[in-house]
Design a protein around this ligand. Structure first.
Ligand SMILES: [Zn+2]
Length: 294
C-alpha cells in the first residue's frame, strides 16, 4: 500500500513476518499474567497461538520525494551471518529485492540509504556478495548513518559490521552524520537513543502531512500498554524506555503518522491514549481483518 504524505510517497518493502521468541523472553519485566491479560487482542496477528512467539515484521520504508529516492533500513539481506538466529542466517531468499523492483525501484535508482541503527535486521541489504566480496547493493547511494552508531559498531566489530557496514565505508559511500541531520526540508533525522547509542528516527513532512519512521524504539504493540518494558537487545534498556515513553507521549493523539519497524502488518498508524498508557489506530486494519484500534 502506497501512503501519500503531501508530495512524498511511502511504500513498505516487507522482507518477512514471523513469530520470534515469546514476550516473556523478549521484554524485561513482562510476566505471564501481563501476557494473558492482553492475549485476546494480540492473537493471532501479533502473538502466535501455536508457539506463543511475538509476531514481528522485518521491513524497509521506501520514500520518494520530488528530489530523492530514499530507502530507510535494509532488513536482513542474503548470505549474512546470524549465529544466534537460524532463520536470519545465510538467507538465500531475494524476495525483498524483487518487491523493491515491483515498487518501481532498481538498485541503481536509490539516492540515499538511511539506517535508523546498525543492527542486523536494518543493514542486511546494505551490501550483497559479488564474486566473493561484499559490495554496496546500491551503487549510486550515499548511506546515512549516525556517527554515534558508527563509532559504537566500529568499537565492537562483529560479522554484521564486517559484512554490511565496513564495505560501505570502504567504498566511500558512507556519510557519518549527527543524530539530528537534515537531508532537506522534507526529510530529517530525530535522535532516539537507547536501543543503540546512535539510534535515530526518520521524519518526513510535505504540504502539512507528517510521518516518522520509528525504528526500534518500540518493537511490539504490547509495549504500548507497557512502555516500561525494555527489549532484550536494547544497548541501554533504561535509556530506551525513557526515549520510548517520551516518543509515545509526544505523538499521542497527533496527526503525525507513526511507521514502526516491527509491528506486524499493517504496521503504521497513530498513537492514541488508553488511560495512563497508549493505544494505536492502525491505518489499513480493515484490509487484513485486525482490530483498527488496540
Ligand atoms: Zn530491529
Amino acid at each position: 500500500m502506497t501512503i501519500a504524505l503531501g508530495q512524498i510517497t511511502c511504500d513498505q518493502i516487507v522482507e518477512m513476518q514471523m513469530p520470534y521468541k515469546t514476550p516473556l523472553e523478549l521484554f524485561m519485566g513482562a510476566t505471564a499474567e501481563d501476557i494473558d491479560r492482553h492475549r485476546h487482542w494480540l492473537e493471532p496477528w501479533a502473538l502466535c497461538p501455536q508457539t506463543g512467539g511475538a509476531i514481528l515484521a522485518v521491513q524497509s520504508y521506501l520514500l520518494r520525494t520530488s528530489h530523492h529516492t530514499i530507502l530507510v533500513d535494509t532488513c536482513v539481506g542474503c548470505g549474512k551471518t546470524s549465529a544466534g538466529f537460524e532463520p536470519w542466517h545465510q538467507r538465500t531468499d531475494e524476495t525483498w529485492l524483487a518487491r523493491l523492483g515491483a515498487a518501481g525501484v532498481g538498485v541503481e535508482d536509490v539516492d540515499f540509504v538511511m539506517c535508523t541503527h546498525l543492527h542486523i535486521d536494518h543493514v542486511g541489504w546494505n551490501t550483497r556478495r559479488v564474486d566473493g566480496r561484499w559490495v554496496p547493493t546500491f551503487p549510486n547511494a550515499r548511506y546515512i548513518m549516525s556517527k554515534a552508531d558508527l563509532d559504537h559498531a566500529a568499537a565492537n566489530p562483529d560479522p554484521k559490521y564486517h559484512e554490511s557496514v565496513l564495505p560501505v565505508i570502504e567504498a566511500g559511500q558512507a556519510l557519518a552524520v549527527e543524530m539530528d541531520h537534515a537531508l532537506d526540508d522534507e526529510i530529517w533525522l530525530e535522535p532516539s537513543p537507547g536501543h543503540t547509542p546512535g539510534h535515530v528516527c526518520v521524519a518526513a513532512a510535505s504540504q502539512g502531512a507528517q510521518a516518522v519512521i520509528a525504528g526500534d524504539l518500540i518493537h511490539s504493540p504490547l509495549q504500548l500498554k507497557h512502555p516500561e518494558w525494555g527489549f532484550l537487545y536494547d544497548t541501554d534498556p533504561d535509556f530506551a524506555t525513557q526515549t520510548r515513553r517520551a516518543f509515545l507521549e509526544q505523538h499521542c493523539e497527533t496527526d503525525r503518522l507513526v511507521m514502526t519497524a516491527h509491528f506486524p502488518a499493517p504496521t503504521v498508524g497513530h498513537v492514541t491514549r488508553d488511560g495512563d498508557v497508549y493505544g494505536f489506530r492502525f491505518r489499513g486494519a480493515e484490509r487484513i481483518g485486525i482490530p483498527a484500534d488496540v
